[in-house]
Design a binder for this molecule. Structure first.
Ligand code: PHE
Length: 455
């Protein structure tokens, strides 16, 4: 047990704190940047449908499984597996999670940096009086610039660093509680504006009228990957957070609440973006820049647009920050508990590593874009490997571990808070972990590799 089973760890201050910290991790660029661009590239409504199914039948059960692992072990992902299955190789699953987190942060910090630049642009008035084409050109010029995006990466990472170093309770809880509801509200307002734009109906059609012929192995893998990415699932982030949960937190209810809020924000982000995409003649398959070239047009069509833009990108920046904190915290808590580093040493080490990776990813969009592996630049490669391979793979091992290795009574006792809560359908839940989830994930992988054909 040793260092990894630290009973004196901090816990979140209140029940609401638990939910907000987890929602803070889940809701971020994944919902507002990645979900729309994946939806756009994968054909719209059919992708969303598969996505919703993935959240419901894989996402929620696996979020609960991670919550179980974290609160039961009170440890970081590596320590959790070490504590629950000593002297086995299971800790490697935790290690893979730490690795995935570092990889995700590589491109996450770049997109967060883009968000910060837009806050700055809104402040200085350069987000208005332009045609859709000019917005697009300006974004490309900015994102392929060598220095500017990197400066923002550094600024973003320093802010993340400061929040992390101030400790779990104060830093994370405080930031998530006020900002999340505000972001939600402003997205709703922007949805209304977007839907009422001329030609906006086409966007809604794209989002909600599924064309089932579009479902293929790529779409299914993409939807599963997006579900994992958006729920912060499969890399131990939720293990780390739930290791700070108090004994009275209802794990099942928290999992459902987090998934529900996260999914709502993603769908609303779609409603905010696609009517505008069609109205302004932007291509839905644009890729990672979609949100950044679409939204300025929407703001421009609103009265006091620059103020809305400022508020929106500020809140999006904060949502990105609360997710980045959770990604950073996985590696940091691992370094502290497994190597005995002080919090400030561990945090500094991780921050510096992430800044270097961020720089590499940022350069790969511009100056180094000629360097590709399997047709992808490093930015896209990191995204692909983490979201579409490592996170589902992590989920696969987690479902096998919690379904097969963890004793029945132990799982039941933790999920029912020692029998004080009812858990109807516990056996069905365990069935999902033992059979359904692993088989589904394996089939989706095989299908993508072309070994079998589901569609
Ligand atoms: N869920 C976060 C988002 O949607 C990203 C994330 C992925 C955070 C994995 C932690 C772990 O932006």
């Amino acid at each position: 047990m040793g260092k990894s089973q630290n009973k004196e760890r901090a816990t979140f201050g209140s029940k609401l704190g638990v939910i907000f910290a987890s929602v803070g991790s889940a809701v971020g660029l994944g919902n507002i940047w990645r979900f729309p661009y994946e939806t756009g590239q994968q054909g719209g409504a059919a992708f969303i449908l598969v996505y919703l199914i993935c959240v419901l039948i894989l996402g929620i059960p696996l979020v609960m499984a991670e919550f179980y692992l974290g609160r039961r072990s009170h440890a970081n992902p590596v320590g959790a597996f070490r504590g629950l299955a000593p002297n086995t190789k299971w800790y490697l699953v935790g290690l893979m999670g730490v690795f995935s987190g570092v990889m995700i942060m590589g491109f996450y910090s770049v997109v967060s940096g883009w968000t910060f630049d837009y806050i700055f642009q809104a402040l200085t008035g350069s987000l208005s009086d332009k045609t859709p084409e000019v917005f697009q050109k300006d974004f490309t010029a900015f994102s392929t610039n060598i220095y500017k995006p990197i400066i923002w990466v550094v600024i973003f990472m320093i802010i993340t660093h400061v929040v992390i170093i101030s400790g779990v309770k104060k830093g994370i809880e405080r930031s998530a509680k006020i900002m999340m509801p505000m972001l939600f509200l402003i997205i709703v307002i922007m949805c209304i504006r977007s839907v009422t734009l001329p030609g906006g109906e086409k966007g809604l059609q794209f989002l909600f009228h599924p064309d089932f012929s579009k479902i293929n192995s790529n779409v299914i893998l993409g939807a599963m990957g997006q579900a994992f990415f958006s729920l912060s699932l499969g890399m131990g982030c939720l293990i780390t957070y739930s290791s700070y949960f108090g004994p009275n937190v209802n794990l099942g209810k928290t999992a459902v609440t987090v998934a529900l809020l996260d999914t709502m924000v993603a769908i609303l982000a779609g409603v905010m973006i696609f009517p505008a995409v069609f109205s302004f003649g932007i291509s839905p398959t644009q890729g990672p820049e979609l949100v950044f070239i679409t939204l300025p047009n929407v703001f421009q069509s609103m009265s006091f647009g620059y103020l809305w833009a400022l508020l929106f990108f500020l809140l999006l920046g904060i949502a990105a920050l609360t997710s980045a904190i959770s990604l950073h915290e996985v590696t940091t808590s691992y370094m502290i508990e497994e190597y005995g580093l002080t919090r400030s040493a561990a945090t500094s080490f991780v921050t510096i590593t992430l800044i270097i990776l961020g720089m590499i990813c940022s350069l790969s969009v511009g100056a180094w874009s000629k360097f590709t592996i399997a047709g992808m630049n490093i930015f896209n490669l990191f995204d692909f490997i983490s979201a579409k391979i490592l996170l589902p793979l992590g989920g696969l091992w987690i479902s096998i571990f919690v379904g097969w290795i963890v004793p029945y009574n132990d799982l039941k006792s933790e999920l029912t808070n020692k029998g004080t809560l009812k858990f109807y359908g516990f056996n069905f839940y365990r069935f999902i972990l033992r059979y359904f989830a692993p088989i589904a994930i394996i089939l989706i992988f095989f299908n993508e590799l072309g070994l079998i054909s589901l569609s």
